[in-house]
Design a protein around this ligand. Structure first.
Ligand SMILES: [Zn+2]
Length: 346
């Protein structure tokens, strides 16, 4: 009995010494001191011993139990301390190291230009309106003074969808929709996508326009000149010359096309080292805007009295402005989503 007690002590102490986890220590405790533990069973067997041996053996068993309990407790504290040490070491975060920066995207050059246009017109008190990309014939053509047989329809190769509906060929229908639902004074710009059956280096089947109009009791052509000159000089250069040429649009009368001095050759027509400027084709001028006084016929369609209100409207191509501003010679680059291209506009 005493011999087996000695070997039990040695075995248990050795195992406690080698244990490396809380679970392992708990397992040893159960095996030695649990309800069916080896030491527990020995203690229970005391009653079967001759009465003169019981006190001595009992004393030794109790001493062993206390020893094991103490050692288990000590070992548990050591193991816990080691685990904490390990966790501190492994989970250490050096807050002084540079972080992993997420790659941020870039604003598309067309969005940059639209935002800039909006910003300039907001500064002059214009608000923003939007309308549907899928339009009806009435809002896209009819109410803009373009009846069924009008030659201007040929200028705009239209994509038709079902039920006589179509993809709007310009942002002008939003002008009609706004005037139909509201009364003057109105000072509105309309950015948006438009669609025409056209596809080459300077034309895309989907492109963007910003339409604008101003309607009130006494709007004159001089208001149109003032607003658009201010816009162009803010958008391109304070020093750039601006030129108004007579033109024709079905929905304005009189109509004008508005040019700005070439941003590449500064209106010279000759680029650096006396070479012919390809951007303005040697003319020194770039066509940027179409505009005019809103035709009285258009006012009648929306229920305004042309005797009492007047106004001007204008439209511009966002891609064209972006191409001039950034020196881009192929419109398709805007829609290919080539990151090498887009990253240049951070
Ligand atoms: Zn030029």
């Amino acid at each position: 009995m005493i011999d087996s007690l000695d070997s039990l002590r040695e075995e248990m102490l050795a195992r406690i010494e080698q244990s490396g986890s809380e679970a392992e220590i708990e397992q040893i405790r159960v095996e030695a001191l649990g309800r069916k533990g080896r030491l527990t069973l020995l203690l229970r067997g005391l009653k079967d011993l001759p009465s003169d041996e019981r006190p001595r053996v009992g004393e030794q068993l109790n001493a062993l139990r206390q020893l094991l309990e103490t050692r288990l407790q000590d070992r548990l504290q050591i193991v816990k301390a080691q685990q904490k040490e390990k966790a501190l070491r492994e989970e250490f975060i050096d807050v002084t190291l540079p972080g992993n920066r997420g790659e941020s995207g870039h604003i598309h050059p067309l969005t940059l230009v639209i935002d800039e246009i909006i910003d300039i017109f907001r500064g002059m008190g214009f608000e923003i309106a939007r309308g549907p990309d899928i339009e009806d014939d009435y809002h896209n053509f009819e109410a803009l003074n373009i009846p069924k047989d009008h030659p201007a329809r040929d200028m705009q190769d239209t994509f038709f969808v079902s039920d006589g509906r179509l993809l709007r060929t310009h942002t002008s229908p939003v002008q009609i929709r706004t005037m139909e639902s509201r009364k003057p004074p109105l000072q509105v710009i309309v950015p948006g996508a438009v669609y025409r059956h056209d596809d080459d280096a300077t034309h895309s089947p989907m492109f963007h326009q910003v339409e604008g109009f101003m309607v009130d009791g006494n709007i004159a052509f001089s208001d149109l000149k003032g607003v658009l000159t201010h816009f162009l000089q803010r958008m391109f250069s304070e020093k750039a010359g601006v030129r108004f040429r007579p033109s024709f649009f079905p929905f304005t009368e009189p109509s004008a096309e508005i040019d700005i001095q070439c941003v590449i050759c500064s209106g010279d027509g000759q680029a650096i080292q006396q070479r012919y400027c390809r951007v303005c084709k040697g003319s020194g001028w770039l066509e940027i805007l179409g505009a005019g006084m809103i035709d009285p016929g258009v006012f009648k369609f929306v229920g305004y009295d042309p005797e009492r209100v007047s106004g001007f409207a204008f439209g511009m191509g966002v891609e064209r402005i972006a191409m001039l501003k950034y020196g881009i010679d192929d419109i398709r680059l805007f829609f290919q989503n080539d990151l090498r291209f887009l990253r240049q506009f951070g």
